[in-house]
Structure formats: C-alpha cells, structure tokens
Design a protein around this ligand. Sequence first.
Ligand code: LLP
Length: 445
Amino acid sequence: MHSFRYRDGHLYCEDVDLARVAEELGTPTYVYSAGTILDHYARLDTALHSLDHLICYAVKANSNRAILKLLADAGAGFDIVSGGELYRVLAAGGDPAKCTFAGVGKSREEIEYALVQRVYSFNVESEAELEQIDRIAGVKETRAPIALRVNPDVDPHTHEYISTGSRGNKFGIALDRIAAVYEQAAKMRNVEMVGIQMHIGSQIAEAKPFASAIGKVAPIVRELKSKYGIKFLSIGGGMGIVYRRALESGSGKWWRDHGGESFAFSVRDYADAIVPELCELHLRVLVEPGRFLVGNAGVLLTRVRFIKKSGGKKFAIVDAGMNDLIRPALYHSYHEIVPVCRASAATNASQNSITGTSKRAERIDIVGPVCESGDFFALDREMPELHEGDLLAIMSAGAYGLVMASNYNSRPLPAEALVRGNQLALIRKRQTWEDLVAEEVDPSL
Ligand code: LLP
C-alpha cells in the first residue's frame, strides 16, 4: 500500500503535506515514504515465509543511504552491481555477508573490494569473469563464493531495454552451457560454488514468466545441489508495479484497485506462482526486488514555470527535466502526474477524480526545460487546467529516478526527502552551481 493520499484537497505523503515540502525544500524534489517501503518489504517477507529466504534489495533502484539503512534495519540483504553500491551499503550499516555482487563487467578493484569485505556471493556472468575472479582470489589467498547467472531464455513481456533473461542479450550464461561452466568452476582452486542466480527482466506485469523460469532451471538446480552442494537459488527481481491508475472520486483511494496493492499483480499471486516449486528444491531462496519495494514509495515534486501555446498545442513547462527523471524520455514510460493542490489546479471546476478531471480538463504536454524534444513527462495528457506556479507530483518515481539523474544542461541534481509519519527529513541536499564545477580541475597545459 502506498501512502500518498489527498486530505482536504492537498496531496499528502503519510502525514506530511507535499505543498509544505515544496515550500521548505524547493522543487524539483524527490519525496519518499518510509512507511510504504517498509510495508512493501514486510508483505514480500510474509508471502515468502514458508521458504528459507533472503530479500536482497536491488540497490540500483534507489541508492540513497537513508533508504538503504531503512531496509538494512528491516533485515534486508542487498543486490549490488558495483564497488560504489557496496560502499554505499556499508556506509548505511548494511551487512556485506548479505550482499550478492552482480554485473557483467566487474573491475579488478571491485572484485578485490568485495573479496575483502566478504560478500555473500559473486553472481558470475561469463567464463572470462569466472577466470578473473579465480585469479584475483588466488592472489588474495582466499576463495571467492560464486553463483553462476543462468539465462533461462524466457520472454518476460516487458520493454526490450529491461528484458534480460532471453537468448541473445548480454546477461548470464545460456542454460545449455551452465553445467559445463560449473564443471570448469569445480576445477578452480580459488572459487567455491555456493549458488545459482537468474534475473529475467524488470517491470514484469504477470507472475507467469517467473514461474516458467523457475520451472526451466529447477532440473539443473537439483543437479548442482547434489553434485556440488550449492546452497541457494536467486530468482532475481523484476516484479512490476502499477504506473497507470484508474482514479476514484472522493474516496481518497486513487490507485487502481489490485486488492489495495500498488503492484502489477498481488504479492499473493506472485508467491502462489513460485513458492510451491521453490519449496521442493529445499535450498535457500534469494529475491532481488528493486522497483517493487521503492517504485510507488516516491514522487518527484515539480512546479509549473510557464504555460505556452504553440503550433496548436499547449505545454506546461515544469522545473524538473529529463536529467532529473529520464524514464519517460528513455522508455516512453508512463508516470501519473497529479496536482498537489487540487483546488488551485482546477479552480471553479467540478472535480470528479483525483486528476481533477473536470469540465475544465484539457490535453497538454508536460515538458521540462532541457534543450531536447525528448524532454517530456507526459504527451497529450488529460489534466485539469494548469497555471503558472502550480505544484505537480510525478508519481511512482521512487525507483530508477534520482539514480539515473544527470547534470545534463548543467542542471544541479534535485534534493531528496524522506517522510516517516509526520516527520520530514532531507536525505540529499540539492546541488548548487558550485557543486557543478567542484570536481573539475584547471588544466595546466
Ligand atoms: N537483479 C538484477 C540482476 C537486475 O539486473 C535488476 C535490475 C534487479 C535485480 C532489480 O529489478 P527490479 O526489481 O527493480 O525490476 N532503469 C530501468 C530498470 C532497469 C533494471 C535493471 N536491472 C527502469 O527505469 O525501468
């Protein structure tokens, strides 16, 4: 359950008025709900209770230390893909012994760092990487715990950029090669085979592809368990969330009703589809959710700078840009956009839903200030009539938001804030213009 709701015409995150957040911290600002993240974590944890399991939060989705600390305190492990992510997890008080290190191109320094910190497992994506880890572990006179990432060749029916478990993409080792590569690993002196891993893609909207992938790898998992005594199977992340909602009037509920969940399918459906087969494998199960935990726990607050009419179209130019949230530009992904103050966004209009859909509703492009035509958040979107100065919330921005932000157009990165009950904490300061040049060095040519 997410915790963004209207009260007296204002959008609240838990018990904090988002208009107040914008007043205090300015815009654009990401705001996250601690309660929502913990609720999502607890639901998944409960749904998997019959398995020996570990939830390894995919740090790449949102790596702010405050979020990592929240999850570490709740008992989570972490799925990391770089030395930088491991550094963050440690800085947040996370346990390296609950970290799995994935990624197709780990550097020597990253492998050394992870070995020294004693991560739970390296998820190995190729034979070349396996040899490299064996070499480095040998030099360090240690044994590296490894799990090979298997590519089960399952179509997850998602955007092509975030589909990872089908033949022909760069991830994992093909199912028909996996036994041979484990045999190779068995001959290496400095690696210890502790598990097997897969991840078929992201924003997967149905439970079936997860079940199919597990069904496909189950025979090899059994074989590896009896041959080498592997201890875990990681089934990756990828559970989809609801980005597009049917809005209900008056009730304060505005998520499409999937049994009150903000997920594309219910946690129960997910568990029902995968737990029985996993139980029969009798080993530890790891899951690596990112978006599922944080996606619907965050919004990006932005203010309308100008209204512009041109070429028969109307634009709301807001102060956030594609550099702050790149998902619409990169994947044409849909994010719900709602006014923070309903009254101001649709004055005199009879509202019949949360978007303020009313007699005054209009179609408008919501675009950023960046010098690219791809810099948009919504095209031809039905919105209540917008005015200069209106505050908007771009919903479902908790995952792959700030982590993918850049300084393009020399725009400082936005601030981030965390809400817990009626408390608001700044968890990342807004960058300044000075910050933009701070790392640059005057050339002495
Ligand atoms: N495990 C592995 C090995 C992954 O590669 C990923 C995501 C995850 C777990 C977490 O997936 P999630 O549960 O968040 O779907 N930037 C894209 C998403 C890229 C996902 C990359 N890998 C977006 O904004 O949709």
